[in-house]
Design a protein around this ligand. Structure first.
Ligand SMILES: [Zn+2]
Length: 288
């Protein structure tokens, strides 16, 4: 039986070292790669060094071939700091990968990467259609940062100037993007603060964010669908909760696939919107 044909190749990316490129057209939602780490790392440098020492010779070869931008620390630690991806959102533990660590940055990524603790693998899913030959690019940043904050973070942590389409856009274009991002952040804060006393307003803020997201490419909707679902379920508007739960499930499958950590939970919400742990905990209100 022949191995599954990969849809990517790792090769020279002019001006950026190595990079990952599509070898065929890739559809939005497709899983491009699921990869086990070469090594796990943490802030405990001794533990990290011991884990590096314990790698197989083959894995060490892949590890030491990775890029290093930190010359003020031992090479192995520099490689970890340059290439590690966080395991989940707490940012304490991380891992280094043979292929995943080669994916370059853009502020407008065409893939979403996520750690799956159940499978103990990092997954890479296409969040838009990617044409054959295009570079596969992820984001090293938290979402919804303005240009200045993105640049400062990348300079400080990755020591490069970003020249992606978003950063290199003409001033009126990036100013429009930045003002949209600022509004998303304001509405995003208001969603949860208003949920306890004005759930109708809270749902309205979710809708506002979704409209704004469409103006900047339409990515990143999943957490907001979750907010819409959770608030509707809390207040017992199960017709609305059903609508949000369906959107949540579809969006999540596109981001992280059916193997994603939260798939079973979101499937359960979609099958029964009353199954949220806080469903009906607030006085019933029709929010639609
Ligand atoms: Zn950029």
């Amino acid at each position: 039986m022949s191995a599954r044909q990969e849809c990517y190749v790792v090769k020279d990316a002019p001006g950026k070292g190595m990079g990952m490129f599509a070898t065929r057209d890739i559809k939005r939602g497709e899983c491009i790669l699921a990869e086990k780490p070469l090594v796990f790392a943490s802030r405990d440098l001794i533990k990290t060094q011991l884990a590096i020492n314990a790698m197989t010779e083959l894995d060490k070869k892949s590890f030491f071939a990775l890029h290093n931008i930190h010359f003020d620390v031992p090479t192995a630690i520099g490689i970890v700091r340059t290439n590690a991806l966080p395991l989940g959102s707490d940012g304490v533990d991380c891992a280094v990968y043979k292929v995943m660590s080669r994916v370059n940055h853009t502020c407008a990524p065409n893939v979403h990467h996520t750690w799956n603790p159940k499978m103990k693998k990092e997954y890479l899913h296409a969040i838009e259609d990617i044409a054959s030959g295009s570079e596969i690019l992820t984001s090293y940043l938290e979402p919804f940062l303005v240009r200045e904050d993105r640049m400062e973070f990348l300079r400080k942590n990755f020591k490069f100037e970003c020249h992606c389409n978003l950063c290199a856009a003409p001033k009126p274009e990036y100013e429009l993007y930045d003002s949209t991002v600022r509004r998303i952040n304001i509405y995003s804060d208001l969603i949860m603060t208003s949920a306890s006393f004005s759930p109708k307003k809270s749902i309205q803020f979710v809708r506002e964010v979704l409209v704004l997201l469409d103006k900047i490419g339409g990515e990143g909707k999943t957490p907001f669908y979750y907010d819409g679902y959770q608030i509707s379920a809390m207040y017992g508007d199960y017709t609305l909760a059903q609508e949000w739960a369906n959107l949540l499930l579809d969006s999540y499958i596109m981001d992280e696939g059916k193997e994603g950590e939260k798939y079973e939970r979101y499937l359960k919400y979609s099958k029964n919107p009353r199954s949220h742990e806080r469903a009906g905990c607030a006085p019933r209100q029709i929010l639609s």
